[in-house]
Write a protein that binds this ligand. Structure first.
Ligand code: GDR
Length: 337
């Protein structure tokens, strides 16, 4: 019995493999694109675990997808491989679409032909709701994407439904609201804040000067949860009695980028005052801790997202365990070590 998890270089792929190794007895095949990464690096991920195998897989290559599925014959296929940087998706719309949409078609079609009993999960996103009509968003909220990234995920959602309804496949795409961890990439705003504030804190302590943190839209509001909580919800979504439903996973709370920064400064115990235009100044030295740089603004941003997770709570018995302050503290303390 085996599971394929794609995108193990990323936060979600890694935590999914970890969860499955701890909670199941399946053989886990974790995949990542062939770049310079050697497969021998598998030891870095799950040292000496005989149930974990690392494979190269590029989901944009349908031959590669078909051959891996033929070889592994998985019971579950969990796709976290994606071009997941929303801001970058305007610069690389083709890569975004090819990976996030065509890649999904490649997987669906290979599963249909070679492994139609396999349960398939694709990573969906709150970004699909985009220009929201009401808050909190539930599963019935219309899809109103604002970025090439979000549009690619909406298209994937539609094609997954088509395969589910046409071929009777267990194929679903949950809506995951923002979810963070110590493994979050430093280009995403939360980890950018915790890692930069941690290094500023060290500079303050050693009496050295520092470069300020530079951020974009401080008013953007997001529903930030803990990635490890969400992985449990994904596995529950994959183990429903058929026919499967799609669910929102979210913390159900909403904070601005400004709130995240200020919470992180509190946790770091850095004394600051906020001046006009969101310039944050260190009280003792007068140095600028954080300021706005318009280069980080998006062509179209989603202003606020907050998920209604009632359906997942009731039907999957899923509950997010980590609150906002605990999440910020966990990430900051890791980066400050
Ligand atoms: P998001 O995450 O776009 O919500 O997508 P991100 O952390 O990139 O942005 C969140 C909000 O913060 C604002 N922002 C900045 N963002 C970044 N990256 N860098 C900055 O300096 C900055 N300043 C302000 C953004 O404008 C935005 O409003 C994440 C990804 O993981 C997606 O793949 C996933 O689908 C969604 O979460 C749910």
């Amino acid at each position: 019995m085996s599971v394929i998890v794609t995108g193990i270089n990323g936060q979600d792929g890694y935590y999914m493999c970890k969860y499955l190794l701890e909670h199941t007895s399946f053989m886990i095949y974790g995949t990542l694109r062939y770049r310079a990464t050697k497969l021998t690096n598998a030891k870095e991920y799950f040292p000496d675990n005989p149930r974990f195998t690392m494979l190269h897989l590029d989901i944009t290559d349908n031959v590669n997808v078909l051959n891996i599925i033929k070889k592994v014959k998985p019971q579950y296929f969990i796709n976290f491989a994606a071009q997941s940087f929303v801001g970058k998706s305007w610069d690389i719309p083709h890569v975004t679409w090819t990976t996030n949409t065509m890649g999904v078609i490649n997987i669906l079609d290979s599963l249909k032909t070679e492994c139609s009993h396999c349960r398939f999960y694709n990573a969906g996103t709150s970004e699909e709701f985009g220009d929201v009509l009401y808050s909190p968003q539930n599963e019935d909220h219309p899809l109103r994407p604002r970025s090439p990234y979000a549009a690619s995920k909406c298209a994937a959602r539609h094609i997954i439904r088509v395969y589910r309804e046409s071929y009777g496949m267990y194929a679903i795409q949950g809506w995951l609201f923002n979810h963070e961890s110590i493994r979050r990439g430093k280009d995403f705003v939360t980890r950018k804040i915790t890692s930069t504030i941690a290094s500023i804190k060290k500079n303050i302590e050693s009496g050295e000067r520092f470069e300020p943190l530079e951020l974009g839209n401080m008013n953007a509001k997001r529903d930030w949860g803990d990635a490890e909580d969400f992985i449990d919800g994904v596995w529950k979504m994959l183990n429903q009695d058929t026919p499967p439903s799609e669910y929102i996973l979210s913390s159900g709370t909403m904070y601005s980028v400004r709130d995240f920064l200020e919470e992180c400064l509190r946790v770091a115990d850095i004394q600051w005052s906020r001046c006009d235009n969101d310039v944050y100044v260190h009280t003792t030295t007068g140095e600028v801790i954080s300021r706005v740089n318009s280069d980080y603004y998006r062509l179209a941003d989603v202003n606020c997202l907050m998920g209604n997770n009632k359906k997942a709570r009731l039907e999957l018995d899923w509950t997010p365990k980590t609150d906002f302050s605990t999440l910020v503290r966990k990430m900051f303390e890791h980066d400050y070590l």
